[in-house]
Write a protein that binds this ligand. Structure first.
Ligand code: ADP
Ligand code: MG
Length: 280
């Protein structure tokens, strides 16, 4: 018997393999099955084959860029529940996601207590920027300052600062969890002065601006830093409950329904600052 000729399907498979189109190769059988059964016309079938390639390529690009940017997670706006956080203005967040603030070299500061979604929203902006092909760099303030201190000790500070001015979007997370040393604060101030009006920075903090003097160990430097930051800046102030505690609250409500019945009738508890607690 003569060797059988490769089928049309096999020839297309070989072409897709030759062109290094694994996404299309993976989707091919399903698309051909639909085409054979008449559920899919030729035009849409071709579109789907090419679309499968583009989808996989984009996902891989995003993953590579995510690793290069050191984003700890791929948070998106689609996963953000506005109804849980009424103090967040949807129009403001959506307008930020057009990324025109990066074009204008403006900054974004997310302020609010722990768990209210500051990092989530900051990361979703970073993901949008990475998807749009921007160079992004994520760091916590503590990591950033450590890396600047190390560079200074090795006589490479100028080089390190140049590298950190380069990304068109830098995300400095967790300002306020740990107080900085004087040198650390000076180094951060230097970096932010370099990036001022050159590239955008997103910052998140659980401390209001009035408490940054304590975080940076120096009121004058904190004031100078805030002055540069807020000159071209979008401030997102989130007042609300921790999303991390959401499920605990739901659990508590289910177990103790009477505690939650007349919540709205009770006077609001006055906020107690950490300092007041410490002073007790
Ligand atoms: P913060 O940085 O303000 O301390 P995060 O952004 O880390 O808080 O939020 C804590 C967790 O809760 C994260 O997993 C985040 O994705 C999730 N989260 C916070 N707020 C929301 C929200 N409104 N909708 C959906 N998920 C949220
Ligand atoms: Mg956070």
């Amino acid at each position: 018997m003569p060797p059988s000729l490769p089928s049309l399907r096999d020839r297309i498979r070989a072409q897709l393999a030759d062109l290094k189109m694994p996404g299309s190769l993976e989707a091919l059988d399903d698309i051909l099955r639909q085409a054979d059964s008449g559920a899919l016309a030729a035009g849409p079938a071709i579109e789907q084959v090419l679309g499968a390639h583009i989808a996989l390529r984009n996902a891989r690009r995003l993953e590579t860029a995510r690793r290069a940017s050191r984003l700890p997670a791929l948070k998106t706006l689609a996963d953000f529940d506005y109804s849980f956080q009424p103090s967040v203005r949807r129009e403001q967040i959506e307008s930020l996601h057009t990324l025109s603030f990066i074009e204008r070299k403006e900054n974004v500061v997310f302020l609010g207590p722990p768990g209210v979604g500051k990092t989530h929203l900051a990361l979703s902006l970073a993901v949008a920027a990475v998807t749009g092909g921007r160079r992004v760099y994520y760091t916590t303030l503590a990591e950033l300052v450590t890396s600047l201190e190390e560079a200074q000790a090795q006589g490479r500070l100028a080089h390190r600062l140049r590298t950190l001015v380069f990304p068109s979007l830098m995300l400095v997370d967790e300002i306020g969890y740990l107080p900085l040393s004087r040198t650390g604060a000076m180094l951060f101030f230097q970096l932010m002065s370099r990036r001022y009006e050159v590239a955008s920075t997103i910052l998140t903090s659980n401390k209001g601006f009035d408490e940054w003097g304590e975080v940076f160990g120096d009121d004058v430097m904190a004031a100078a830093l805030i002055d540069r930051l807020v000159h071209h800046c979008h401030i997102v102030n989130i007042r609300g409950n921790s999303y991390r505690m959401k499920h605990h609250a739901e659990l508590h409500a289910a177990l103790h329904p009477r505690d939650h019945e007349r919540e709205s009738d009770r006077p609001a508890k006055s906020k107690t600052s950490r300092r007041e607690v410490a002073a007790r």
